[in-house]
Design a protein around this ligand. Structure first.
Ligand code: BG6
Length: 527
């Protein structure tokens, strides 16, 4: 097959366009705070194992689990092996790879408050530098509850483990922060200011795992590596855009957390807003992290924050009741552990947003996300203006729009809906899909989001991480909606599990003659 890849430019920065294996990871110590938690077992250790297996990490990389519970190195290693066995995408585990990684995996017991624990950590890290040649390079992963973030960052600073010259070529210190980054604009600002007292912004890597998904990264490649779409990617040709992140699961034992978050904070402020910025942004001047993030922030700043009246008109919240999903009975949100019996927290949110800039003015972006919906799936669809139906003698009937669907998951791929002549002697038109599926074209290799993101943080590439101003601009939009919802005037629309959310969500689009995509079903129009 012809290889059309471009040779890399002299001086080209790293970033989403980084050529495969062009940069090698330096040896470093990864310190995971909250090492006995779910995220470490399910995502982080399996990701480190798979990166090691692929030869993408230096063979001198050290992993230190930091947590409260007393445990020996060996106990921790055994638990991590169990986790990797259970959650790794590559099975069975290669004993040689694990054996090698395991010998460089340690446990450090301390509470998050105790400064003595951090001083001992500093001593251990210095010893690792001598033993494994990690050269003062540290990646701190805050895999804890957000209530611990400030404390950990403060203590790292006090123990001399925080900021050093961020441009130092040899030693570096970086911190990965898991969401939620605050629960509104005010708390996000406070958290950012707190972290920036100890770590320079260039050392802060805020994770949104959606950006680690291959199909999300492909949004940029799709838009900017193909010549035919960009000319029609604007208000002259696009009728509207839909972004859906639907789940069939409920809150899965996380009722306590969900009561403080809800779908707007848990999903929309981060994952859906990220998808929206990638779809709507202008072409960046380069693939360098800040060039891309500058454009994403411009999109967020062009979205007007709603007043109460607008928020009530353009947004909707819902909550699932008890019911049946896939033939099995499920409890309602109110019955979930940790949820108040009269909770008005939303498990579904739908929004109609506008981007007031030259490219998008007047084009609605419909966003929705919910739990216990009919089908699991994340996708973005661009609905183009319909062609005039006049030639086909179909008075009163519109031709169906061309729809470009970018499937993030599952069945990762891209589909274009076009109108075609149905076989027969009469001119009958039916919409059909041109469909591309990743795994058919490229096979099944698809690294987990956390693999890509951990590797990028070690390489110092912040392209796929959220910058401070991005987080704050997204909160400015969300806060206004939250504010309107909590005035008490916003109805909470109930929905049955296994439906596509509350019936009222239909009206949000129907008032302008549009309908929500039915994920995974073929279009029904025909003239
Ligand atoms: C997380 C949310 O960020 O994303 C969860 O906290 C949600 O509530 C999850 O289930 C969805 O991620 P994915 O990758 O399964 O679509």
């Amino acid at each position: 097959m012809e290889d059309n890849s471009q040779p890399s430019q002299p001086g080209a920065p790293p970033g989403a366009g980084r050529p495969a294996a062009a940069v090698t990871a330096q040896p470093c110590a990864i310190v995971i705070f909250g090492a006995t938690g779910d995220l470490t077992a399910r995502k982080l250790l399996p990701a480190i194992y798979n990166l090691t297996r692929e030869g993408l990490l230096s063979p001198s990389t050290v992993v230190i689990g930091f947590a409260r519970r007393p445990k020996t190195d060996d106990q921790f290693r055994r638990e991590m092996l169990e986790a990797v066995n259970r959650f790794s995408r590559n099975k069975p585990i290669d004993p040689a790879v694990w054996g090698d990684l395991c010998a460089r995996t340690y446990y450090h017991q301390s509470t998050f408050e105790d400064i003595a624990g951090y001083r001992k950590l500093a001593e251990r890290l210095a010893a690792m530098d001598r033993r494994h040649h990690t050269g003062g390079r540290r990646l701190y992963y805050l895999a804890t509850s957000p209530t611990e973030f400030n404390m950990i960052v403060d203590r790292l600073g006090e123990a001399g483990l925080g900021n050093i010259d961020p441009f130092s070529a040899k030693a570096w210190r970086r911190v990965i922060v898991e969401k939620p980054f605050g629960r509104d604009l005010q708390t996000a600002r406070e958290l950012n200011a707190h972290i920036n007292r100890v770590f320079d912004e260039s050392q802060v890597f805020r994770i949104d795992h959606y950006l680690g998904k291959q199909t999300v990264q492909n949004l940029l490649v799709f838009r900017f590596a193909n010549g035919i779409f960009e000319p029609v990617w604007n208000r002259r040709y696009v009728d509207h855009v839909q972004i859906t992140v639907a789940e069939t699961i409920g809150v899965e034992g996380r009722g306590g957390y969900f009561e403080t978050a809800g779908t707007l904070r848990d999903m929309v402020q981060n994952h859906l807003m990220q998808l929206l910025t990638l779809i709507a942004m202008e072409p960046p001047v380069s693939l360098e992290g800040d060039a891309i993030r500058d454009e994403k922030v411009r999109v967020l700043k062009a979205i007007p924050a709603y007043n109460v009246e607008e928020a009530l008109r353009y947004t909707l919240r819902g909550q699932y009741t008890a019911g049946v999903i896939d033939g099995a009975p499920v409890i309602g949100y109110h019955e979930e552990r940790g949820v108040a019996a009269d909770s008005a927290m939303e498990t579904y949110a739908a929004l109609e947003l506008f981007i007031n800039n030259w490219r998008w003015q007047g084009v609605p972006f419909y966003l929705r996300s919910g739990k216990r919906l009919r089908q699991q799936g994340s996708e973005v669809s661009i609905h183009f203006n319909a062609a005039p139906g006049v030639l086909f003698n179909a008075p009163g009937k519109a031709l169906s729009r061309n729809v470009l669907t970018l499937r993030i998951q599952p069945r990762e791929g891209i589909a274009l809906l076009i109108n075609a002549q149905k076989p027969g002697t009469l001119t009958r038109i039916a919409p059909v899909h041109m469909d591309f599926e990743y795994h058919q074209a490229f096979g099944s290799y698809s690294p987990e989001a956390y693999e890509r993101l951990l590797l990028d943080a070690i390489l110092g590439d912040s392209t796929l991480f959220i910058r401070r101003d991005e987080v704050e601009s997204a909160w400015a939009i969300i806060d206004k909606i939250e504010g309107a919802w909590t005035t008490g005037a916003a109805p909470l629309a109930l929905y049955q599990p296994g439906e596509w959310g509350p019936a009222e969500a239909h009206d949000l689009l129907a008032r302008n003659g549009r309908v929500w995509d039915q994920l995974g079903t073929d279009p029904q129009y025909e003239i």
